[in-house]
Design a protein around this ligand. Structure first.
Ligand code: 2P0
Length: 360
């Protein structure tokens, strides 16, 4: 599919005022997206576990406007309060998506959004946030064009969400989502995320992700800046190739259920992401001392217990502790006993693999 396939054409139906509501999950990348080209095209493909508990719920109200206008018209509410600060981001998003949703200026929108996870927890809400808004907008498209299928709605929602935030393309479906062209993955595209199309071993069903909130402060470097640092990065070309290789290796791992190999790829991806930031100009260390303490504790416990607990990281200090359903009691006990002490105010979130966005 090309961009042209996502241009909305049938605008014959007129629509009165209404409201739609969607809940979209967050996701955690196993192979990381870090670096992009113009038009929100990823420099390398990525794959993620869709999460379950961490989500954004958005209600989109729409009212037809009486007079045509060159401006977008919308109000934004975050957790029950007006959110002026976030409006420029939405304005930019609307500009980017208008070629594909040409009805945007014909309505006044009221966007009401809330997150399931605590505000400023260091968990990025851009993935679930843009995914929920994209799904609401696609629901409006569906009301305007009754021929819109469920499959097209989801695919275009991922395409639209990507234009808000790259990782949001992976927050529509579950439970494993691949985004970005990759020779070994049939149907993969830079334009939207797809449900992972191959066999997945039972070991990966109901995988757990306990998110340890090590540093809830403002991010030191925004993702947008982080992605830019991959331009002219001395190791960029090799890193992008490595992501392709890791996705090919993961394909075998997902099939045969080899957790040792899974851990090897996932932890290496996390550390490579951080290594990229440590070796860029400017350079950043996004881990905190407690991030390293946790990683060392995980390694020691894994060695001693023979379990398959491992970690991954986002572009920040929080640690995602990943473990299979079969080992949940033992690993959860370990987290309680040894890791929670490193969390800011003892805060952590118990999440697990989820099955994608839901219409409310
Ligand atoms: C990922 N991250 O694959 C990587 C790993 C963070 C670390 O995608 O500029 O918010 O909005 O496209 O998607 C975070 O970056 O960046 C991200 P934009 P995004 O999940």
């Amino acid at each position: 599919m090309t961009e042209k396939d996502f241009i909305f054409r049938n605008n014959s139906t007129s629509l009165g005022a209404g409201k739609v509501k969607w809940k979209a999950p967050s996701n955690i990348a196993l192979v990381k997206y870090w670096g992009k080209k113009a038009g929100q095209i990823p420099a390398n493909p990525s794959i993620s576990f869709t999460l379950d508990a961490c989500s954004t719920t958005t209600t989109l109200g729409f009212v037809p406007r009486n007079t045509p206008s060159d401006e977008f018209s919308f109000d934004l509410w975050f957790e029950g309060k007006p959110m002026e600060g976030f409006k420029p981001k939405i304005e930019t998003f609307f500009k980017r998506i208008e070629p594909f949703l040409p009805f945007l200026k014909a309505y006044h929108f009221t966007i009401e959004t809330s997150n399931s996870f605590p505000h400023s927890s260091g968990i990025a809400s851009s993935a679930s946030g843009f995914a929920a808004l994209a799904l609401c907008l696609m629901d409006v498209e569906k009301l305007l064009n009754a021929e819109t299928t469920e499959a097209y709605l989801k695919k275009k929602a991922s395409f639209i969400a990507r234009l808000g935030s790259g990782s949001a393309a992976r927050s529509i479906e579950g439970d494993l989502v691949h985004w970005g062209s990759h020779d070994g993955t049939i149907g993969s595209s830079d334009l939207f995320g797809i449900k992972y199309p191959y066999e997945v071993h039972g070991n990966f069903k109901n995988y757990h992700d306990t998110i340890l909130l090590v540093d809830k402060g403002q991010k030191q470097v925004s993702s947008t800046v982080g992605h830019e640092l991959m331009h002219d990065h001395p190791f960029a070309a090799r890193r992008f190739d490595q992501a392709h290789e890791n996705l090919s290796k993961l394909k075998s791992v997902f099939k045969n259920g080899n957790l040792t190999e899974f851990i090897n790829i996932v932890e290496s991806e996390a550390l490579t992401l951080h290594a990229m930031m440590m070796t860029s100009q400017r350079y950043f260390i996004l881990m905190k001392p407690d991030t390293l303490e946790i990683i060392n504790k995980i390694w020691a416990f894994r060695e001693a217990s023979g379990t398959h607990v491992c970690f991954t990281l986002d572009a920040g200090a929080n640690v995602h502790v990943l473990y299979p359903e079969e080992e949940k009691e033992e690993v959860y006990q370990f987290i309680q006993n040894e890791l929670v002490a490193y969390c800011e105010n003892g805060q952590y979130i118990c999440d697990r693999i989820g099955f994608g966005a839901k219409k409310m």
